[in-house]
Write a protein that binds this ligand. Structure first.
Ligand code: DGY
Length: 320
């Protein structure tokens, strides 16, 4: 009998093709709608592999429902939606899609920095809603990017790719990370610093850490108070790293100047969330890796990961 792979979101047929023939594939038919929990629990019952998105919480309950599971392939670089420890205890391999989305996510991080600093969304709304009466000297003025100090919290692949872009813009770069990266320091002039120094000295603070319990609300009231009054906070990592209530207060009371957010503690964020009422917040619906080419590469890598685990585990014979 063919092994079953369950795919939790509609992926392009050209990508899934690789698995056809050798495996029995079932897929949640919707692209814009996440699979309901009860359907997921039902569908994984007889699956050997699950290819999932960051929208699915793969916890003990799912693992208990899937006694034959050998691999969980997450179509994302972040995998905080999966209980890796529980999966590992059951000898289930967990895979993700690092590397292929680095540059695209760094592009978006930079775009969000610029959009927030130069008030692009506000300016566009200003024009479209007929408020543009005349040019005026201080109209919609923002912050400079060139020559400013960028503090990067989390200096992995994406953090380093952002630093390379920042060097091209003539920014001073500070970074906080578990380990120092001398090669990138040489290339970009980035300087390794303690977290509090990064927070105190930066004009832009870019959060690019992977999420874990350890970094939950790493940026909260105390950290926001350390930042400059003119600081701009950018989060393109995971919402849980920033305490949204504390951020709202800091923005509302002008403790910092603005924020650019692509990720939220709860996604999708409630459209009535207080943060969305503030003019100095630019918000995006978690689109860091959303270029056509990159999303295709992520899907292909997630498919390859399933294939390679099942094949190398010798559970199917390779045909070719
Ligand atoms: C990831 O891959 O973790 C991003 O957040 C979504 O592309």
């Amino acid at each position: 009998m063919k092994e079953k792979i369950y795919i939790t979101r509609k992926l392009p047929a050209s990508v899934v093709k690789k698995l056809e023939g050798e495996f029995y594939i079932e897929m949640w038919g919707q692209e814009e709608e996440a699979i309901p929990r009860e359907v997921l629990l039902e569908k994984v019952k007889d699956a050997q592999a699950v290819l999932c998105m960051l929208t699915e919480t793969i916890d003990e309950e799912v693992l208990d429902a899937a006694p034959n599971l050998k691999v969980i392939s997450n179509m994302a670089v972040g995998y905080n939606n999966i209980d890796v420890e529980a999966a590992t205890k059951r000898q289930i391999i967990v895979t993700n899609t690092p590397g292929v989305l680095t540059e695209t996510t760094a592009d978006l991080t930079f775009a969000l920095m610029m959009a927030t600093a130069r008030r692009l969304v506000e300016a566009s709304d200003y024009l479209r809603t007929g408020k543009w009466g005349t040019w005026s000297p201080m109209q919609l003025t923002g912050m400079d990017i060139h020559g400013a100090t960028l503090g990067i919290i989390g200096f992995g692949r994406i953090g380093q790719a952002v630093a390379k872009r920042a060097a091209g813009f003539g920014m001073n770069i500070l970074y906080y990370n578990r380990s120092q990266k001398p090669e990138v320091e040489k290339e970009t002039g980035a300087r390794f610093a303690a977290l509090n120094d990064v927070l105190r000295e930066s004009d832009f603070i870019s959060i690019l850490l992977p999420y874990s319990e350890e970094v939950h609300h790493l940026i909260s009231d105390k950290e926001l108070r350390l930042m400059k009054k003119t600081a701009i906070l950018i989060n393109t990592a995971r919402g849980g790293i920033v305490d949204e209530e504390a951020l709202y207060d800091a923005l509302k009371h002008e403790m910092i100047w603005a924020a650019g957010l692509d990720v939220f503690e709860k996604e999708p964020i409630n459209p009535r969330h207080p943060l969305l009422t503030l003019p100095n917040v630019v918000t995006l619906p978690h689109i860091g890796s959303a270029s056509i080419a990159t999303r295709m590469k992520m899907a292909e890598l997630a498919v390859d990961n399933v294939y390679n685990v099942l094949v190398s585990a010798g559970r199917v014979k390779r045909v070719n």
